[in-house]
Design a protein around this ligand. Structure first.
Ligand SMILES: NC(=O)c1ccc[n+]([C@@H]2O[C@H](COP(=O)([O-])OP(=O)(O)OC[C@H]3O[C@@H](n4cnc5c(N)ncnc54)[C@H](O)[C@@H]3O)[C@@H](O)[C@H]2O)c1
Length: 551
C-alpha cells in the first residue's frame, strides 16, 4: 500500500477538522472527516449511533470506515479514539503519514465547550469534562505518540499549524536527506558524521543501518523524551530492518550512576544483546553519557549512535566520545572514551524542550562562538531571540552546524584532551565550583557555565589578555538568553576550596581558559588565589560589592 493518506490524529478539540481543511486546501487534496463518513454511512448522527448501538457499535462502524479510507490520497481527520482500535496504528502507518495534533486538556476543554455532540463527555459538568479529557488523553497517549509528527497546537492558529504540517510533508516527500547538514568528526578509522536535520527523526533507521552493521537496536531514553519520540524512532529502526527495544531510565542526572549502568547491562542481555547490537542514546546529555558508558563497556564495547534531543547534547555532549557516570563524591568520575558511529540530530525536537533547558544549552552555543568562531558569536548577537524561538529552520540549522563544527574540529585535533580540547572548558572552572557549592541543586550546568564565562572573560580583561569590553559583550548576549551572568555572592574561601578540588587541576595550578578576543581562547596556568584575587572574588575583574554593615 502506498503511504499516501495524511492522517490527522488527536483528541476531540485538538483542531483536526479545522486544520485538516486548511491543510487539504494547501495540498490541493480532498479532505475527509472520518466521523462524518460514519454518520453518512449510518444515516444518523453520532450521538444517535451511540444511543442505538452503544460504543461497540460505533467502533465497528469506525473500523470499517478506516479500512475504506486507508491509502486514499486525502487528508483525513480521525475521530479521537480511532487510533486506539486494534490494528489501527499499523494500518495508519502503512497507508500514510500520521500527524498528531497535541493540546493540553485545558485547551481541549475550551475548544469543546459544553461537549454537545460528544457522547463521551455527555452529562458531565465542566470539572467532570476536564477530568475525562485528561483521562482519555492519558489512556491514548501511547497511540498518539506513535505518530510521525507531533505538532503542539496550544495557542497556535489553524493556518500556522497547517503550514507547519505542509512544510514537513514537503520535506518527507523530498526525502529526509534533503537539507541535512553534515559535519564530519575526523578521527581516522573512528571518523563519523554529525547529521543535523529538521523533522529528520523518521530517517534515523536508514542512517543507522547504513552506518553500523548491526542486527539489533537497543534504544535508551527517559520518559519525557521516550513518550514523545521513542515510537517514531523505533518505527524507523524497524522499518530499516533493525529489531528495536526501548529501555527507560528515570529522568535526571541521578540516573548517571553505576547502579543504572548495571541495570542496563542486565536489561540489554535479557533482550538478547550481543556484539552486533547497536546502542542508541535517545535523549539529552544525561542519556548520552549513561548509555554511551554502557555501550563502551558491555561485552568490551558495543557500537553507539547518539540521537541528542537537547541543545546541549546536539552541539556538545553527543560528539567527542566522552561517556561516563557520577560517583557520590563527584560528577563524571568514572568514564570511558567511546566515539559514536553516528550522531543523528533532529532540531525540531528542541521545540518541546523546557525553555530553561533550551537556554542552558544556548550557553554552550555561545561558548563555542566565544572560543573559536567569531562569525557564530556575531550571528548570535544579531539573531539570538530568533534562534531561541525555533521557527526559522534555516537559521537554527546554520547555528547548530557552526556550533557542532567547533566541537568537531577541536575533538579531531585533540581527542583525549591533552591540549586544545581544554578550551571547551571555558567558563567551567568557576561554573563547576558554583555547581558543587550549590550541591548541584537548583542550577543547570549551562547556567553555571554562563556565570563562569562572564567571570573568566572579566579575568581575561583584568589580566590584560582580552580587549576591554569583551566581557560586557558576552554578558549582554547571555543575559538576552535569560541566563544568569553573576556568580552567587559566596565567601571567597568557599570558592577557593571548590577550586582546589577541580578535576582539571595539575599540581597546585589550574589550566584556566581565557579569551584573547571574540573567537579566540587560550589557557593560562593559575593558582586558585590568582584566579580569584582577594577583594575581587566573585566579580571577576571588578572589586567586590561591600556587604551591608548592618543586617
Ligand atoms: N559527554 C560530554 O562531553 C558532556 C558534555 C557536556 C555535558 N555532559 C553531561 O550532559 C548532562 C546534561 O545534559 P542535558 O543538559 O542535555 O540534560 P538532560 O539530559 O538531563 O536533559 C534535560 C531535561 O530535558 C528533558 N528533555 C530532553 N530532551 C527533550 C525534548 N526534546 N523535549 C522535552 N524534554 C526533553 C530531559 O528529560 C531532562 O529532563 C550532564 O550529565 C553532563 O555531565 C556531557
Amino acid at each position: 500500500m502506498e503511504r499516501r493518506t495524511v492522517w490527522l490524529v488527536g483528541m476531540m478539540g485538538a483542531g483536526k477538522s479545522a486544520v485538516g481543511r486548511a491543510l487539504a486546501q494547501r495540498l490541493g487534496r480532498p479532505f475527509v472527516d472520518s466521523d462524518a463518513e460514519i454518520e453518512a454511512a449510518a444515516g444518523r448522527p453520532i450521538p444517535a449511533i451511540f444511543a442505538a448501538e452503544g460504543e461497540p457499535g460505533f467502533r465497528a462502524r469506525e473500523r470499517a470506515v478506516l479500512a475504506q479510507l486507508a491509502g486514499r490520497n486525502a487528508v483525513v481527520a480521525l475521530g479521537g479514539g480511532a487510533i486506539a482500535q486494534p490494528g489501527a496504528g499499523r494500518l495508519l502507518a502503512r497507508s500514510g503519514r500520521v500527524v498528531w495534533l497535541r493540546a493540553s486538556p485545558r485547551t481541549l476543554l475550551a475548544r469543546v465547550g459544553d461537549g454537545a455532540g460528544r457522547p463521551l463527555l455527555a452529562g458531565r459538568d465542566e470539572r467532570g469534562r476536564l477530568r475525562e479529557l485528561a483521562r482519555l488523553l492519558k489512556a491514548r497517549a501511547r497511540h498518539y505518540a506513535a505518530a510521525d509528527l507531533a505538532v503542539e497546537t496550544d495557542g497556535l492558529a489553524v493556518e500556522a499549524v497547517a503550514a507547519e504540517i505542509a512544510a514537513w510533508l514537503g520535506r518527507e516527500e523530498r526525502g529526509v536527506a534533503h537539507g541535512l547538514r553534515r559535519v564530519p568528526v575526523a578521527l581516522g578509522e573512528r571518523s563519523y558524521e554529525v547529521r543535523i536535520g529538521w523533522g529528520s527523526l523518521a530517517g534515523l533507521g536508514a542512517a543507522v543501518a547504513e552506518a553500523v552493521d548491526a542486527t539489533r537496536a537497543l534504544v535508551v531514553t527517559v520518559p519525557p523524551v521516550g513518550r514523545r519520540y521513542a515510537a517514531a524512532a523505533l518505527r524507523s529502526l524497524r522499518a530499516a530492518g533493525l529489531p528495536a527495544t526501548r529501555f527507560d531510565v528515570p529522568d535526571g542526572d541521578r540516573s548517571k550512576s553505576l547502579a543504572q549502568v548495571a541495570r542496563l547491562y542486565e536489561a540489554f542481555l535479557d533482550a538478547g544483546a550481543d556484539r552486533s547490537s547497536v546502542v542508541i542514546a535517545l535523549g539529552g546529555g544525561m542519556v548520552g553519557d549513561l548509555a554511551g558508558f554502557a555501550a563502551a563497556t558491555l561485552l568490551r564495547g558495543l557500537p553507539l549512535v547518539q540521537v541528542p534531543t537537547t541543545l546541549l547534547a546536539m552541539i556538545d555532549s553527543s560528539l567527542g566520545g566522552k561517556t561516563g557516570v557520577n560517583l557520590r563524591r563527584g560528577k563524571n568520575l568514572v568514564g570511558a572514551f567511546h566515539q559514536p558511529r553516528l550522531v543523528w540530530a533532529d532540531a525540531a525536537l528542541l521545540r518541546t524542550l523546557p525553555p530553561r533547558v533550551l537556554a542552558a544549552g544556548m550557553a554552550e552555543v555561545v561558548k563555542h562562538g566565544a572560543i573559536r568562531d567569531a562569525v557564530l558569536f556575531e550571528r548570535l548577537e544579531r539573531d539570538l531571540e530568533r534562534v531561541l524561538a525555533l521557527r526559522d529552520e534555516a537559521l537554527v540549522l546554520d547555528v547548530l552546524e557552526r556550533a557542532v563544527a567547533v566541537k568537531a574540529d577541536v575533538v579531531a585535533q585533540d581527542e583525549r584532551e591533552t591540549g586544545l580540547r581544554a578550551h571547551l572548558n571555558f567558563g567551567h572552572t568557576l561554573g563547576h565550583a558554583v555547581e558543587a557549592l550549590r550541591g548541584y541543586r537548583g542550577i543547570l550546568h549551562g547556567e553555571a557555565v554562563a556565570m563562569g564565562m562572564v567571570f573568566a572573560a572579566r579575568r581575561s580583561e583584568a589580566l590584560g589578555i582580552a580587549p576591554e569590553g569583551l566581557a560586557e559583550r558576552l554578558r549582554a548576549l547571555l543575559a538576552r538568553a535569560g541566563l544568569p551572568t553573576e556568580l552567587p555572592d559566596l565567601p571567597r574561601a568557599a570558592y577557593l576550596a571548590a577550586l582546589r578540588v577541580d578535576k582539571k587541576r595539575r599540581g597546585t595550578r589550574i589550566r584556566f581558559v581565557v579569551l584573547k578576543g571574540v573567537g579566540a581562547a587560550d589557557t593560562v596556568a593559575l593558582r586558585p588565589e590568582e584566579i580569584l584575587p582577594a577583594g575581587r572574588a566573585a566579580r571577576g575583574g571588578r572589586p567586590q560589592r561591600r556587604r551591608a554593615a548592618a543586617r
